[in-house]
Ligand binder design. Structure first.
Ligand code: GAR
Length: 214
């Protein structure tokens, strides 16, 4: 049984998608938030998952906050730590501690649009496709070996909310898939820094994400 700790800062819909996926061989050991008012905490508690708040505002600096966060996480000795809308910049030390077992989801096709307001920036840039990326976390913000991406079209009449909703639906599909692969031991980061998904056929030209269902 693989143990997973999920970190959230707000709504928690990606956490919810992972919990609802009920991935065989996994146990969501805890949901941890840096914000006491994070909506996601209520969902987790209602599903019998341990919850914990590590409020960043009561810690003097990032190092102190990350140390407290690591303590809360390590209490559950997780095999995997999942950032699901966790909106804090993490210290290098924290990232190193969980190297190879720390995943993040970002609402853009990285390396395009790291940071905030990705949907607004995609609309402003006039891109024709947009999407979401699950990646292993490195010490660079919204950067790291890509596990899976989903692409959505940008429509002429899109506003930020419409585009965000289209992307979010895909986030809820690809994040559980990435976790499924991880816990099945199918993800490896090659010497070239790229993620290989064991047993996944080369999707061939025309595909922008590996075929699902593996
Ligand atoms: C998601 O869209 C996620 O990709 C994004 O925050 C949202 C959280 O929603 N994360 C980032 O921007 C990280 N850089 P959720 O709380 O409903 O999962």
């Amino acid at each position: 049984m693989k143990s997973i700790v999920i970190l959230v800062s707000g709504r928690g819909s990606n956490m919810e998608a992972i919990v609802r996926a009920a991935i065989p061989g996994t146990r969501i050991a805890a949901v941890v938030s840096n914000r006491p008012d994070a909506q996601g905490l209520a969902f987790a508690a209602a599903h019998g998952i341990a919850t914990r708040v590590v409020d960043h505002r009561v810690h003097a600096d990032r190092v102190a906050f990350d140390a407290a966060l690591a303590e809360a996480i390590d209490a559950h000795a997780p095999d995997l730590v999942v950032l699901a809308g966790f909106m804090r910049i993490l210290t290098d030390g924290f990232v190193r501690r969980y190297a190879g077992r720390l995943l993040n989801i970002h609402p853009s096709l990285l390396p395009s649009f790291p940071g905030l307001h990705t949907h607004r920036r995609a609309l402003e840039a006039g891109v024709r496709v947009h999407g979401a990326t699950v990646h292993f976390v490195t010490d660079q913000l919204d950067c790291g070996p890509v596990v899976i991406q989903a692409v959505v079209p940008v429509r002429a009449d899109d506003d930020e909310a419409a585009l965000a909703a289209r992307v979010l639906a895909q986030e809820h599909r690809i994040y559980p898939q990435a976790v499924r692969w991880f816990v099945a031991g199918r993800l490896a980061i090659g010497a070239d820094g790229r993620v290989r998904v064991a047993g996944e056929a080369d999707p061939g030209p025309g595909w922008t994400v590996p075929p699902l269902g593996g």
